[in-house]
Every structure is written in C-alpha cells, then in structure tokens.
Design a protein around this ligand. Structure first.
Ligand SMILES: [Ca+2]
Ligand SMILES: [Ca+2]
Length: 413
C-alpha cells in the first residue's frame, strides 16, 4: 500500500488472486486502485462509476477482455469515472449504441492495448462522448462502426504512436472520427469509409495531425480517401499528397504491410522525415521514470522514439544497427585524448596510441580489414604495455582492451 496525496491509499488488487472476477474487484476497489489482471480470457461486462481505477493486464497478447460477440460491450465508463487500461486486448465486443468495446462519458486512457473485431454505432472500439480520451501505443484492427470505425471522440482526444489497420465506417472516419485534440506519430493503413478513410477530424475545430502515415486507405469520396480535415497536417506521408510543411507522398515501405508489420525498412522515406517539434510529451510516463513533461521516449514497440536525432513518421521508429567500426575507432581516439586532457602521463601525449588508431581508420577507409585488425592488435598490445607499466590504471586499460577485442571481433578477427 502506498500513501498518495489526500491521505488516500493506493491499493493494488489482483484478479483472480484477490477477487475471482474483474467485476467483483471493481466493486471492491477504492479510487486510485490498480487492478492487475492475470493472463487469460475474461468475458464480463464492466461498469466503472464514481472512481478512478487502473486496469492492468499482463500484456495485450496475454490478457484478453472478450465480448464473445454477445452484443454487450466490455466496458462502460461513467461521467464521474476515470479508467486507465494498460496491456490488454479488447475484442469481439459489440453494441447497438456508441462504443462497441468501450463507451466513455468520463475519462479514458489506454496504453499498449489492442482493440480488434469490435463493432458499435459510433466508435467500433471506443466512443468517447463528452470527456477526455488519451490513447498511446495502441493497435486497432478490424473494428467497424457507422462513423469512427475504431474510435469516435466528441470530446478531447490525444492519439499517439498508434496503429489503425483495416477498420471501417459507413460514414466518416474509417479509422478515427474526432472533433477535438491531436494525432501524432500514428500509422493508418487500409481503413475504409464514406469520407476520411483513415481519419476524419475537426468538423470546425482544428485537430493537428503530425508525424503520421496515411496510406492505402479508401473512401467513397476519393478526394478524402486518406483524410478528411481542415486542420494542419505536418510532416505526414499521405498517399495522393496533402498540403502542409514536410508532407510526403511516397510509398512508406513497411516491413510487411499485408501481415500488418508496419515497421519501416532502412530506406523508407519516412525514416528521419518527421518533425521533432511535434513529438508529444510523455503524458502517461511510458518509461516509468516519473517524468511526464519529457518528450515521449518510446515508440509503439517500446524502442527509442527518436533515433538518429530525428523522429520518424508513423508509430514505429527505425532502429539503426550499432555504431560502425569507424565510429568505434573515433570513440577510442576520443577516449585516449580525454585521458591526456585529464592529465594521464603518456609518452608523446599518447601519440603511440593515437597513431595506431589513425592506421586503423586508414585501413577501414580503404576497405582493408586485415590491416585494420593488425593495427588494432598493435594498439591492443600498446595499451597492455601501458597497463603493465602503470601508465594506465588497471580499470582504464581493461576498458580499452575490452572495446578493442570487441571491435576486432566485429571486423571478423
Ligand atoms: Ca529517426
Ligand atoms: Ca517519463
């Protein structure tokens, strides 16, 4: 039990450990409770009223809240309630009303959740009718509604780092229909609608869309196949093109679109084509470091959100391979120079070491890996000699030797 401001106790409950069902745990939970739901498939219609709760699964692949196609939605959030869903899948849920899986009149946050095969009137997966909706690192696939195939939001919606794939709506917004808020770092592919196959946003208010990919979406109104919006669209890859700073119209080159793998290949035009000014803040503290004001640190896979200094378009950041051999030699040079600058007394200001590293760089630049390995071996022996004679401390020599041997291994030595 942790004490939180106001003297309340933030309790932790476990299902099925403490309570056999989610319903009974929710009924017993005080405001501020986190309910941990073990791996498994759960089929109970849930209602949350008058409290703030966190429902945390074991991971979206493991903990499933299933509607079993019975025509009852999985979760109802009352106007006086706030619910956070994390690490869950909500699937096969349906309702004649708004929100096939979740209807929210209060506040809803979903982090690292999947929503699939849900169906509702407005919002096949989620309808937020008045309150606040925050969606981070979520995936929506195969949801259907009259408008807002996956998500319908009449209130404030913040949609971040999420994938919307193969959702559909008869009217507006095959992926999402939203009145207010923002969309950043999302991938919307192969959704379909009457208008706004991927997104339909704004309706008079401006909903900025940034750092996102809208590709392969379709609509009866072909001019609005990807997007139906009067708001700013910045640093997005939109099939067919869209006006706005930094926008592209180029095949995004996903790893495997037909399999729903929307990671970028190395030569994707979306790599390093986003705008860092649009990276949102870490509202939900994805990295659990207590800092919610920092720029979002992670992408939808939990990898670095900004790699290679510039954010990518879409929910997935391309992760470069490790440093090149030349980068590693430069780092060794810098380490030697730092030692000299710090007053470590080496002959000729460390020239016996740096000259050997210069030879390594020359060989690498010429493509001579055998020569590079020989020069690295010479550097290795010189470091070891300086370690033996006490010119380098044991720790410093060991660190340099370890990096040198690792680099020799990288070069095939
Ligand atoms: Ca990048
Ligand atoms: Ca954080």
């Amino acid at each position: 039990m942790l004490t939180i401001p106001g003297g309340m106790l933030a309790a932790e409950l476990h299902v099925p450990g403490d309570y056999p069902t989610l319903q009974t745990a929710l009924a017993a939970a005080g405001s501020g409770t986190t309910i941990h739901v073990a791996a498994g498939v759960y089929g109970e219609p849930l209602v949350v009223q008058g409290k703030r709760v966190i429902i945390r699964g074991a991971g979206a692949d493991l903990t499933v809240l299933d509607g079993f196609g019975l025509g009852q939605r999985v979760l109802e959030v009352a106007a006086d309630a706030s619910v956070t869903l994390a690490g869950l899948t909500l699937q096969n849920s349906a309702s004649d009303g708004d929100g096939g899986a979740v209807h929210c009149a209060g506040e809803l946050t979903a982090v690292a959740c999947q929503f699939s095969g849900n169906q509702g009137f407005r919002g096949g997966a989620i309808a937020s009718t008045a309150g606040k909706l925050i969606l981070v690192n979520c995936a929506f696939a195969g949801n259907w509604a009259s408008s807002g195939g996956a998500v319908f939001s009449a209130g404030e919606m913040t949609l971040i780092n999420s994938v919307l794939w193969g959702n559909g709506a008869a009217g507006l917004g095959g992926g999402v229909a939203a009145f207010r808020g923002s969309v950043t770092g999302c991938t919307l592919v192969d959704n379909a609608a009457g208008a706004g196959g991927g997104l339909a946003v704004g309706f008079g208010g401006a909903v900025p869309v940034a750092n996102s990919i809208l590709w392969g979406n379709t609509a009866a109104f072909a001019a609005f196949a990807q997007l139906y919006s009067s708001g700013p669209v910045t640093a997005c890859n939109v099939e067919g093109g869209w006006a706005g700073e930094g926008n592209l119209d180029a095949d995004p080159r996903f790893v495997d679109r037909t399999a729903g793998d929307f990671r970028l290949v190395a030569d994707s035009p979306c790599r390093n084509a986003g705008n860092n000014a649009w990276v949102p803040t870490d509202l939900v503290d994805l990295d659990a470091d207590g800092d919610v004001a920092e720029p979002l640190p992670l992408d939808i896979e939990g990898l670095a959100r900004v790699a290679e200094d510039i954010v990518d378009m879409g929910a997935h950041e391309f992760q470069p391979a490790g440093p090149t051999p030349i980068d590693r030699v430069r780092a060794l040079q810098a380490a030697v120079q730092d030692l000299v600058a710090a007053g470590v007394r080496l002959p000729a200001n460390g020239r016996p070491l740096t000259a050997k590293l210069d030879a390594v760089t020359a060989c690498l630049t010429a493509g001579d890996f055998t020569g590079a390995i020989d020069a690295l071996t010479a550097f290795h022996n010189q470091v070891r000699a300086f370690g033996r004679t006490g010119r380098l401390s044991v720790e410093t020599a060991a660190a340099l030797l370890a990096e040198t041997l690792s680099l020799i291994t990288q070069l095939g030595g």
